[in-house]
Design a binder for this molecule. Structure first.
Ligand code: NDP
Ligand code: GDR
Length: 346
């Protein structure tokens, strides 16, 4: 039975990847951080679904800032594949805690690569790289050859992680791959990322629990896909004959404003806009009620304005393609939050 280790298994992508690997017959080992209250909500359904004699999902305490925990787990588990999804993944928050973000996102990756090199160089390694590397974009659309220009401590740390992964591949022959993933969302997306903030906000507004949504930059453009589709690409990268780096994206971009309009439409509300800049408001066209306003506290000290990926290489070489469209994604997230979030919602 193939064994895999996942860091970040309690996160959005970790939960979908664990599901995928279990479906494929893997024994899955997740590294979890100690927290003061349980944080396994996204994988509880997987933990409950296994009987004692057929257990294939195991959780171990560890941390990307703790080399000893990583080396002990890699040595004892001896996985065939290692997926590094763990990170301080919030771009805005990385401006508040830049040192912690760099330790976990940059040096955490180095720590794993060193362990693999020293303990078992045959372990295949996936690094969760990000479209945030492109930052101030120099080319539209962005592909594997587009120059990087990080715009946050998060992205600068991920830049180090990207290059140290390339370096360990070239210097030591490790099977190490970067997936340069553009934004991907789902009903399991963390509630402080803009898409889920919008869809949970809509559910709360409809339930009378929240007056309106307060957002930041409505003009930012993102290439949004479905997380369930994107974890398949991670797995495919580690099944190839040669290690390489791939852009994973849909090839479509939309503004935050467009996401809002579509999400409210799936909730049965037609949104119209008035004002500009900090005075811009999203209004219910039928009732005139204010549903969206802008607050500069959600602006970033330096913003990434436009991301649009070109996934041609992944399509040609991995045979990967997204299955869920932008409209289907928004509808899925709106409905899931309206019906009460459940991890079983794919
Ligand atoms: P989440 O924020 O949902 O999950 C992050 C995971 O990392 C959580 O399990 C978290 O644990 C864990 N983690 C945080 N700090 C540490 C640490 N010090 N040691 C070990 N684990 C830690 O992120 P996503 O699932 O959305 O993203 C997965 C990865 O992909 C991240 O690296 C992210 O930066 C990257 N990425 C994401 C994209 C996206 O659009 N989703 C796009 C491109 C890249 P806990 O539950 O305890 O907080
Ligand atoms: P991002 O995702 O920074 O692209 O990083 P996020 O959803 O946080 O922001 C997307 C865009 O929306 C704008 N925005 C707001 N963002 C948040 N969070 N809250 C708001 O109220 C708001 N209003 C407008 C932002 O300014 C931004 O332009 C995500 C993370 O998953 C990273 O880990 C990953 O690497 C990248 O996607 C690809």
């Amino acid at each position: 039975m193939k064994k895999a280790i996942i860091t970040g298994i309690t996160g959005q992508d970790g939960s979908y990847l664990a599901e995928l690997l279990l479906r494929k017959g893997y024994e899955v080992h997740g590294i979890v951080r100690r927290s003061s209250s349980p944080n396994t909500e996204r994988i509880d359904h997987l933990l409950k679904n296994q009987s004692n004699d057929q257990q294939r999902l195991f959780l171990h305490y560890g941390d990307l800032s703790d080399s000893n925990s990583l080396s002990k787990l890699i040595y004892t588990i001896q996985p065939a594949e290692f997926y590094n999804l763990g990170a301080q993944s919030h771009v805005r928050v990385s401006f508040d805690i830049p040192e912690f973000t760099s330790d976990v996102n940059a040096l955490g990756t180095l720590r794993i690569l060193e362990c693999i090199k020293e303990i078992n160089p045959n372990i295949r390694f996936y690094q969760a790289s990000s479209s945030e590397l492109y930052g101030m974009v120099r080319e539209i659309p962005q592909n594997e050859n587009t120059p990087f220009y990080p715009r946050s401590p998060y992205a600068a740390a991920k830049l180090y992680a990207y290059w140290i992964t390339v370096n360990y591949r070239e210097a030591y022959g490790l099977f190490a791959c970067n997936g340069i993933l553009f934004n991907h969302e789902s009903p399991r997306r963390g509630k402080t990322f803009v898409t889920r903030k919008i869809t949970t906000g809509i559910a709360n507004i409809l339930n009378g629990k929240q007056e309106k949504l307060v957002l930041g930059n409505l003009n930012a453009k993102r290439d949004w896909g479905f997380a369930g589709d994107y974890v398949e690409a991670m797995w495919l990268m580690l099944q190839q004959d040669r290690p390489d780096d791939y852009v994973i994206a849909t090839g479509e971009t939309h503004t935050v404003r467009e996401f809002c309009e579509l999400a409210f439409r799936f909730a049965g509300i037609k949104l119209i806009w008035t004002g500009e800049g900090l005075d811009e408001k999203g209004i219910d066209a039928d009732t005139g009620k204010e549903l969206i306003s802008v607050n500069s506290k959600y602006f970033r000290p330096s913003e990434v304005y436009l991301l649009l990926g070109d996934p041609s290489k992944a399509k040609n070489k991995l045979g990967w393609g997204e299955k869920v469209s932008f409209e289907q994604l928004v509808e899925m997230m709106v409905k899931s939050d309206q019906n009460g979030y459940s991890t079983n919602y794919e």
